[in-house]
Write a protein that binds this ligand. Sequence first.
Ligand SMILES: CC(C)(COP(=O)(O)OP(=O)(O)OC[C@H]1O[C@@H](n2cnc3c(N)ncnc32)[C@H](O)[C@@H]1OP(=O)(O)O)[C@@H](O)C(=O)NCCC(=O)NCCS
Length: 173
Amino acid sequence: MFHLTTERPDDGPAIDDLLDRAFGAGRQSKISYRYRQATAPVGELSRVARADGGGRLLGTIRYWNVAVGGHDALLLGPIAVEPSLKGRGIGVALMRDTLDAAAWMNHKRVVLVGDIGYYARFGFVPAAPMGLVMPGENPARLLAAPLAKGAFDGVHGTLQPRRFLRGGGLIAA
Ligand SMILES: CC(C)(COP(=O)(O)OP(=O)(O)OC[C@H]1O[C@@H](n2cnc3c(N)ncnc32)[C@H](O)[C@@H]1OP(=O)(O)O)[C@@H](O)C(=O)NCCC(=O)NCCS
């Protein structure tokens, strides 16, 4: 029914349209979007679900580089699935595929803003009790998952966006 591929540059308009329908046109005023300004999503982890056959875009997931307590982390999101096709495993496939890829790429920790009821199955736990903070966001919705054992040991503080340096590399903003 569907397959996953890496996002292509010409997927942009279809992804924006899907995100507008999934989250509403005001989505960019969400706190998490502050971490997505002046930087690009992690290319290797920007994946889409396409319909078998025609290739219509059915789902999207992206990740962003952030920092917390002086350590690298990934901010997951947004993830969205074509509304008429919810509940058919597309979201789970996007999550598992990209979390496996992130671990393989040696990323150590992932944070996101979302419902624990959905994300617990992927190893996410509430991040506020661990001392992680996203200013302005509901602390109960900030979740974290280690991709390596003990990856959050001693890691706490306020999430910081990261920006590209001229000539490559990343800095904490
Ligand atoms: C959340 C979303 C990505 C899930 O994708 P999906 O393809 O519909 O989900 P899947 O088919 O892979 O998984 C379905 C399971 O997730 C559960 N689920 C979906 N959304 C949930 C939520 N917000 N809280 C708890 N469980 C949820 C379903 O009940 C179902 O459970 P089951 O496997 O026990 O039956 C999709 O519903 C979506 O695009 N929602 C709108 C945008 C959004 O809210 N994105 C997430 C931001 S936090």
